[in-house]
Design a protein. Structure first.
Length: 198
């Protein structure tokens, strides 16, 4: 098993609360970059970087085109842009058509990250009211990465985690919000080498 070199997190309706519960311990306990795509209103500035920065000890920034992924960096997708991971391990923004009625789309982030990081990727799918993210989880699974999904019965909107679990079956590590960070950190530590999550 390769060390986890990137964590990608996706969610929609009801995802902010579980995201807040996991971001502080993750920021403390893992060093690899974290990239987050939540469904956002396309015409309004996002307050997510500010909200998450207040909840953790690491700076959280809105992703910029061509920005390199750096250790301990936390990046959030911008409203009305798809966010992708490029082969040189930088980020890129796209105004390609909506996916599952969304831009940013979780599938776009997850699939591009899986193509680059393969079995060094860990993907997390949270609460949401669409099936966005399920195809991306399947791609992460095919690439050998680790999959963590919020327990649907704990989600404000169970559609998204249920769809993810249906796509990947028993490969998904399912956890309630108060246990998500522990499951993610344990998965990183299990796969860790000095150059990976620590």
């Amino acid at each position: 098993m390769n060390p986890i070199e990137l964590i990608v997190i996706g969610g929609s309706a009801g995802a902010l609360e579980p995201l807040l519960s996991l971001i502080s311990p993750l920021a403390r306990d893992v060093a690899c970059p974290i990239v987050i795509a939540l469904h956002l209103h396309p015409a309004q500035p996002s307050m997510l970087p500010t909200i998450l920065s207040r909840a953790c000890a690491r700076a959280v920034v809105e992703a910029e085109d061509k920005a390199p992924l750096v250790e301990r960096g936390i990046y959030v997708a911008a409203p009305n842009y798809h966010l992708l991971v490029e082969r040189d391990r930088s980020l890129s923004l796209s105004i390609d058509p909506l996916v599952h009625h969304s831009r940013p789309a979780i599938d776009v982030l997850f699939e591009s990250a899986a193509d680059v990081y393969g079995d060094s990727l860990l993907g997390v799918l949270l609460s949401g009211a669409s099936v966005d993210g399920a195809d991306g989880l399947a791609q992460i699974h095919r690439a050998g990465g680790i999959i963590v999904v919020q327990a649907p019965e704990s989600a404000d909107s169970a559609t998204m985690p249920e769809a993810g679990i249906r796509r990947v079956g028993p490969a998904a590590l399912v956890a309630w919000p108060d246990a998500l960070a522990d499951v993610i950190t344990a998965s990183c530590l299990k796969a860790a080498r000095p150059e990976g999550c620590s």
